[in-house]
Design a protein around this ligand. Structure first.
Ligand code: GRF
Length: 192
């Protein structure tokens, strides 16, 4: 019996969302019931459609100035939210309504390289500029501050001095795809 109805929130290409959709496609207890995006041309919307998962687009003002998102999540009986490249801040009302039930994946080892403006290639550029010898991924709970909720899981990879920013991005993305669905499953079924 399905126990968890997940909503994935994403703004971009959706490669992480795709891994999650694929992993839970025929899971007995966990179902991706909805994909939410703030951008009508986000790649993630096509991916969701390919998996037969409903999508909804919620603009910025709608997100912060109305109760629309709460109603949508209620209609789809969502009880867990996964942020996978969602670039807007989660409204406080959702943080309150979903305590410890919203998680995010960040493409670096928090608390380093997090916070406002630290997304996408900016993160990997900062890691490169900082001459870091390692980077990685962080999966964490979401609170009202960017990238500051409690950490659930981290995985790291080495950076060679010769690695270009895009090489760093690829290494991190590999870790994301490898771990994200499994960490979600463990978290929801009691293994993390
Ligand atoms: C990922 O690097 C994720 O860690 C970050 O945003 C990126 C989303 O990429 N929060 P994609 O859209 O899943 O390909």
């Amino acid at each position: 019996m399905v126990k968890y109805n997940l909503a994935i929130f994403a703004s971009g290409a959706g490669s992480n969302a795709e891994q999650v959709l694929k992993f839970f496609r025929s899971h007995p207890a966990i179902k991706v019931a909805l994909v939410v995006s703030n951008r009508s041309n986000a790649g993630v919307l096509d991916i969701a459609k390919a998996y037969g998962v409903p999508t909804v687009i919620v603009g910025k003002s709608e997100l912060y100035e109305s109760n629309h998102i709460v109603e949508i999540l209620r209609n789809f009986e969502i009880n867990f939210i996964v942020l996978a490249g969602f670039l807007l801040k989660v409204p406080a009302v959702l943080v309150e309504l979903f305590p410890d039930k919203i998680i995010n994946i960040h493409p670096a080892l928090l608390p380093k390289f997090g916070g406002k403006g630290m997304y996408g290639i900016h993160v990997h550029q900062a890691v490169k500029d900082g001459n870091e010898t390692e980077t990685g991924i962080t999966i964490h709970y979401v609170n009202e501050h960017y990238d500051e909720g409690n950490i659930i899981f981290q995985a790291s990879c080495a950076i060679l001095p010769t690695d270009e920013v895009d090489t760093i991005r690829q290494k991190v993305q590999k870790l994301e795809h490898e771990h994200f669905p499994i960490v979600i499953e463990k978290l929801l079924t009691g293994g993390v």
